[in-house]
Design a protein around this ligand. Structure first.
Ligand code: ZN
Length: 259
């Protein structure tokens, strides 16, 4: 089964959707999962911010969400998200299939191994090497201007960056900025599931001096909605392709060396 972290706008994807309430050792996930068939593939959707967007990025129950995906039988997870751009050439409306992340969040439950059992996840490549090229091809087949790779810096939120912060991230060479990829990506890997990100560029973060105003939440929502059709088309291409590709990546055995 393929899992997708998506909003309520994704539910009408599914044939015969049904809601499945899953409880986990880490509490309830953000919402009941919606499962159903999509292009002949079993898919589970979970809105990471909750059905009514009631969980801001720093309060999302990331551990419960990841656990619920595994519990329901998912082995590959697609995590679309909205991002700001830190580079002029990564423009609003583009898609980025991230290949690296930088975690600047704090205070989030970022591991399933809080002791006494201690494991150290190898996380040099945070996104699945097998799903990434499939996602790039799917995004391009949906007609989107697509960046194959990019570093996402994950900030705590819920506020957006200051100009100085944003400038510092851009000077580091990072492409995009977001509030949810960490700890989502590492928790999913700790459970030995695959994870791939499709980032929808909605804005230029603190703007472009003299040309473009800094981001607002309203602007993010508007641009994300404008890209929703393209994102759905990309998922429609990616999901059947992923389902028919045998899983031969390192994700499934990643914890064996993590002791
Ligand atoms: Zn994988």
């Amino acid at each position: 089964m393929i899992g997708v972290f998506g909003g309520s706008g994704f539910y009408d994807f599914l044939d015969n959707p049904r809601e499945v309430a899953v409880e986990t050792p880490y509490g309830s996930p953000s919402a009941p999962l919606a499962t159903g068939s999509f292009a002949g593939v079993d898919v589970a959707f979970l809105p990471r911010h909750g059905a009514d967007h009631q969980f801001p990025a720093h309060k999302v129950p990331y551990r419960a969400n990841a656990w619920a995906m595994k519990e329901i039988g998912v082995d590959r997870v697609i995590g679309p998200c909205a991002v700001g751009s830190l580079k002029r050439e990564v423009a609003p409306g583009h898609l980025v299939v991230s290949d690296q992340l930088v975690d600047r969040t704090w205070g989030r439950d970022g591991t399933f191994f809080d002791g006494p059992e201690t494991r150290h996840l190898a996380f040099a490549d945070p996104y699945c090497s097998e799903l990434r090229p499939l996602a790039v091809a799917a995004c391009r087949s949906a007609g989107a201007e697509t960046h194959d790779g990019g570093t996402v810096v994950v900030i705590q939120g819920p506020r957006f960056s200051t100009r100085a912060e944003s400038e510092s991230f851009a000077q580091s060479g990072w492409e995009i900025i977001n509030m949810t990829q960490a700890p989502e990506a590492q928790l999913i890997r700790e459970l030995e599931l695959c994870y791939v990100n499709i980032a929808v560029v909605t804005d230029y973060d603190t703007g472009v001096e003299g040309e473009i105003e800094p981001v607002t939440h309203a602007a993010v929502l508007q641009r994300f909605n404008e890209s929703l059709g393209t994102l759905r088309e990309a998922l429609a291409a990616l999901i059947p392709e992923a389902a028919k590709t045998p899983r031969a990546c390192q994700c499934a055995t990643g914890m064996a060396a993590a002791g």
